[in-house]
Ligand binder design. Structure first.
Ligand code: GDP
Length: 458
């Protein structure tokens, strides 16, 4: 497939010490050569080498930038095309000048996601991997990044391919029995198909069970911190934030506000919902009423309920208890450095099943246990934390659910001794649905839609 040469700024817009312009396509070396002056012409250098030089405006001979140029020839590149990356170290203005010169020299401005799309079209990565590139860019914690990266590397894709292989074998077996019915040993076919389908079904089921964790890694565990004024909510939050230094990765297009909404607890991103409101309101429960506060709290995957060890329970506490009933609550008893006035048995009576953590934000005790309790909520039911095949993408989850249902239909068909060509239809459908996850049967519209969500330059 012959495609034109595209270029875009690949690093986030804004102030930075370097910015990279990526050029991909069969003309990329020739195009950059037109505006590059260095020791060697780029067309003569070895592949995968870096060169110092200057970018000049060929019309005026004016020097625009001092640059390092990486030359990477096909096929061992991200797009499998010739790729040139120009690292500029001036400000945004000069980077844009360099990009303009590259465009004038014959490249076309890339559409969002077009580099990744080419990697996909040229067969270097499949669709699930391409989508993982986007997750990787947007990931909020190290752990989310690792998961995305394992998908970029193709972990999910390999699993999907293995499942499709099972279904393919089942289909082949059916073809043979249909073509040579005289060879069919019914019991053998029955067991073979059932075995294949059940294996596929249980694997899909297992994958779907990771969807909740996957979603949390992508979007954060929405968390509300509630409690009376002055019980230490802000102090606890600060302790959690201090525990880890790098809160999130810097993501193009996100503001500081958004970034600061995330607190990374042992790799689990907590997305703090409306905590500002809850913290600043004198008494959220009385002011806006139990109903409204409950509605806010309903959005929470996790509620951190903070109580004061140094004070008896009041009607405000009871109102909050009522508002958080039935939610996923961790009870935090703070200020344990002060004398006890809180009736702990009474608290436990209201929250018999929920974890209770004793802390002192002042002396920084109990923070570890709090983190442990939060991480436990995330990892319940998951043994190996390093097993990184999570599904998190809504499109994948939707397809996997449909595939699971279809395989289930096939299993029922086999068990009820339905005609084998009817079972064949379900198995083929499941095989197609799984194919859509990795883009093997994806239409052009879907591809455009997926790739248009990417950042420019990716
Ligand atoms: P918030 O209104 O619930 O957010 O409470 P703050 O975090 O603002 O804390 C209220 C006051 O309690 C501040 O003066 C804190 O320094 C103090 N405080 C918070 N946690 C503790 C603690 O564990 N022990 C003691 N002795 N004081 C605390």
């Amino acid at each position: 497939m012959e495609m034109d040469t595209i270029a875009a700024i690949a690093t986030p817009m804004g102030e930075g010490s370097i910015a990279v312009i990526r050029v991909s396509g069969s003309q990329s070396i020739e195009i950059v050569d037109k505006i590059y002056r260095g020791k060697h012409k780029l067309s003569t250098v070895d592949t995968h080498t870096i060169h110092y030089g200057k970018i000049i405006d060929p019309e005026t001979d004016e020097v625009i930038e001092e640059v390092l140029v990486s030359v990477m020839k096909a096929p061992k590149t991200f797009t499998r095309e010739d790729v040139v990356e120009v690292s500029c170290h001036g400000g945004l203005m000069s980077v844009q000048r360099v990009l303009e010169l590259i465009l004038n020299a014959g490249a076309r401005l890339a559409e969002p996601g077009e580099f990744t799309k080419r990697a996909f079209l040229n067969g270097r990565i499949d669709l699930a991997q391409a989508e993982a590139v986007m997750d990787f860019i947007r990931s909020k914690t190290d752990r989310a990044m690792k998961v995305a990266f394992s998908q970029v590397e193709g972990k999910l894709s390999r699993l999907i391919r293995a499942l499709r292989q099972h279904l393919l074998e089942a289909m082949a077996h059916i073809e043979v029995t249909l073509d040579y019915p005289e060879h069919d040993v019914e019991a053998v076919t029955h067991n073979f198909l059932l075995g294949k389908c059940e294996e596929v079904q249980s694997e899909i089921h297992r994958l779907l069970q990771t969807a909740k964790q996957g979603k949390i890694l992508r979007e954060g565990l929405s968390t509300a911190i509630v409690g009376k004024p002055n019980v230490g909510k802000s102090s606890l939050l600060n302790s959690l934030v201090q525990e880890e230094k790098a809160i999130v990765t810097d993501v193009a297009g996100t503001t500081r506000d958004v970034i600061e909404e995330y607190v990374n607890v042992r790799g689990v991103p907590l997305h703090l919902i409306d905590t500002a409101g809850i913290r600043e309101t004198e008494d959220i429960v009385e002011k806006i009423g139990v109903e409204k506060s409950r509605r806010i709290l309903q959005q929470a995957d996790l509620v951190l309920l903070v109580l004061n060890y140094n004070e008896p329970l009041t009607s405000e506490d009871y109102a909050i208890f009522e508002a958080v009933q039935g939610l996923n609550v961790i009870v935090i008893v703070n200020k344990t450095d002060l004398p006890q006035h809180l009736d702990l048995d009474e608290v436990k009576k209201h929250f018999p099943q929920q974890p209770l953590v004793m802390t002192s934000a002042k002396q920084e005790t109990g923070i570890d246990q709090l983190e442990e309790a939060i991480a436990h909520i995330f990892f319940t039911g998951r043994a190996g934390q390093e097993d990184l095949t999570y599904v998190s993408n809504a499109r994948h989850i939707h397809l996997l659910r449909q595939a699971e249902q279809t395989v289930q239909d096939a299993i029922r068909g086999i068990e009820e001794q339905m005609p084998i060509d009817m079972v064949q239809i379900d198995i083929k459908r499941a095989w197609e649905l799984l194919g859509e996850v990795i883009g093997e049967s994806a239409g052009e519209d879907l591809l455009d839609q997926i790739f248009s969500q990417f950042c420019l330059g990716k």
